[in-house]
Ligand binder design. Structure first.
Ligand SMILES: Nc1nc2c(ncn2[C@@H]2O[C@H](COP(=O)(O)OP(=O)(O)OP(=O)(O)O)[C@@H](O)[C@H]2O)c(=O)[nH]1
Ligand SMILES: [Mg+2]
Length: 162
């Protein structure tokens, strides 16, 4: 079901023996929600940009999403790139290598997931958490406690059910 505006979830995960509480804002990919969703990027500590590996248009749209993120967030916000729907291997339209190249282009970490089969989904959030922690450690002025009202992690892009 398409996301209407923004969904919100809280999840606690263990990361390097520390308990981390994630506030996850799942933003809608549809153009008509853009004004609402972009306002949620500000204040985020991390953003997961997701495309659908069976849909090349969604992969091409990664450039647009990365520009959106750059437009609305601070310079060194943590981002990761995720290619979703690996359970549909026979319909794959974007290779793992292309995904990795795209991630390299934006200097972000990359992984592929299947939300349907729960593959690598935990790993995606673990990776995001580790990246945020190391980024926050390097940038003390952007502590996780700076903005308790706003999310630690957000999702955007098409084809995700993370
Ligand atoms: N096979 C398969 N289908 C998936 C997977 N993840 C999501 N889907 C399906 O893909 C369609 C789109 O998923 P959504 O979660 O609505 O995608 P979205 O990017 O959040 O879409 P918006 O909320 O409109 O931005 C739905 O029919 C989901 O059931 C997956 O890993 N594998
Ligand atoms: Mg959605």
């Amino acid at each position: 079901m398409p996301t209407i505006g923004v969904d919100f979830k809280i999840r606690t995960i263990d990361s390097d023996d520390k308990v981390c509480k994630l506030q996850i804002w799942d933003t809608a990919g549809q153009e008509r929600f853009k004004t609402i969703t972009s306002s949620y990027y500000k204040g985020a500590h991390g953003i997961i940009v997701t495309y659908d590996i069976t849909d090349r248009d969604s992969f091409n749209a990664v450039h647009t999403w990365m520009s959106e993120v750059e437009k609305y967030t601070q310079d060194n916000i943590t981002r990761i790139l995720v290619g979703n729907k690996t359970d549909l291997e026979s319909k794959r339209a974007v290779s793992f290598e292309e995904g990795q190249e795209m991630a390299n282009h934006y200097c972000v970490r990359f992984l592929e997931t299947s939300a349907k089969e729960c593959k690598n989904v935990d790993q995606a959030f673990q990776l995001m958490t580790r990246e945020i922690k190391s980024n926050v450690a390097q940038t003390p002025q952007r502590r996780a406690t700076d903005d308790p009202q706003r999310g630690a992690t957000k999702l955007t892009g098409k084809g995700t059910a993370l």
